[in-house]
Design a protein around this ligand. Structure first.
Ligand SMILES: NC(=O)c1ccc[n+]([C@@H]2O[C@H](COP(=O)([O-])OP(=O)(O)OC[C@H]3O[C@@H](n4cnc5c(N)ncnc54)[C@H](O)[C@@H]3O)[C@@H](O)[C@H]2O)c1
Ligand SMILES: O=P(O)(O)OC[C@H](O)CO
Length: 289
């Protein structure tokens, strides 16, 4: 059992826990990195002393590094150079998967041969794994959707209706695609499991930590109190800053991300954020906003 994070659920009996990095990593044929984004560099650096050369490293994290604005496989690549890198991402709420409910995921790597081999390794009865050679787009989808989930949660916390949520999700996927393509992803990836699929799950499930942060903000609670009361990471809170900066750097208009950034970093109220989105000028559906 992992009573702190997945209370009441029995873990697979093949899992073995250890607090020793050397023991966890030294004999590994594949390394799977499942820590919050802001802990990724330190964790990869600690692993580097023990891991064998050429072992593939797969990231599960969905965020950007604060300060550098780097994606997780970029961070891992700096600390573990020469290893084939990938991400496993998609609509994958941990609790549902441990509970044995069916789910689909994307394993994205740039090497077509290795991704096919690992796809077989990750696939099991109720867990269907698709491959994708667009590592950058798949990784971006997972990180960007967290900020949109905060926005969707804020709407729900404010008592907005399903029409509002649907409008927000649809404009979010347009915004995700626009920014994701500018940052090097393929547009098709954002319409797949790593983009739209994960956006739907995270924006609609009460299990999502990012949506929960947004929801609580919408009901009027303070960000500091919400984060303090959670024992798990809500990646969108810390990744929102680097994402906003990347959009500015690439001159991409991102109205939803901008409003979430203002709520998190500039004390704007969720109600004012939603009003800000509604008051934007008339435009075509193909335009930002
Ligand atoms: N939980 C999910 O449903 C889920 C699903 C898909 C992807 N992810 C992503 O996986 C990543 C990790 O999420 P999580 O749900 O496991 O987070 P979590 O907060 O529940 O747990 C993180 C784990 O990392 C450990 N950790 C925290 N800081 C650390 C540090 N400095 N050094 C070493 N270990 C540290 C914690 O002890 C804990 O075991 C996130 O990027 C998240 O977006 C989570
Ligand atoms: O709980 P969240 O908001 O971190 O979302 C978890 C997963 O990313 C959903 O796919």
């Amino acid at each position: 059992m992992n009573s702190r994070y997945l209370a009441g659920l029995r873990l697979n009996r093949n899992l073995r826990a250890t607090a020793s990095m050397a023991e966890a990593v030294a004999e590994a044929d594949v390394l799977i990195m499942g820590v919050p984004s802001q802990a990724m560099r330190e964790t990869a650096r600690n692993a580097a002393r023990h891991v064998r050369a050429w072992v593939p490293v797969i990231s599960l994290a969905k965020g950007f590094e604060n300060g550098t604005g780097l994606r997780m496989t970029e961070v891992i690549g700096q600390e573990l150079p020469g290893h084939p890198l990938g991400v496993l991402t998609g609509p994958n709420l941990a609790r549902e998967i441990v509970d044995g409910l069916a789910a689909a995921s994307v394993l994205a790597m740039e090497d077509a041969v290795i991704v096919e081999q690992l796809q077989r390794l990750f696939r099991s009865g109720m867990f269907r794994v698709y491959s994708n050679l667009d590592l950058v787009g798949s990784e971006l989808g997972g990180a960007l959707k967290n900020v949109f989930a905060i926005a969707a949660g804020m709407g729900d916390g404010l008592g907005a209706g399903i029409n509002t949520r649907s409008a927000l999700l649809t404009r979010s996927i347009a915004e995700m695609t626009r920014l994701g393509v500018a940052l090097g992803g393929n547009p098709e990836t954002f319409a797949g499991l790593a983009g739209l699929g994960d956006l739907i799950t995270t924006c609609t499930s009460p299990q999502s930590r990012n949506r929960t942060v947004g929801f609580e903000l919408g009901t009027g609670r303070k960000l500091e109190d919400i984060v303090k009361s959670m024992n798990q990471v809500a990646e969108g809170v810390k990744s929102c800053g680097p994402i906003y900066e990347l959009a500015r750097e690439h001159k991409i208009e991102v109205p939803i991300i901008t409003e979430v950034y203002k709520v998190i970093h500039e004390g704007r109220s969720p109600r004012a954020a939603f009003r800000g989105l509604l008051r934007r000028g008339a435009r075509s559906e193909a335009e930002p906003g």
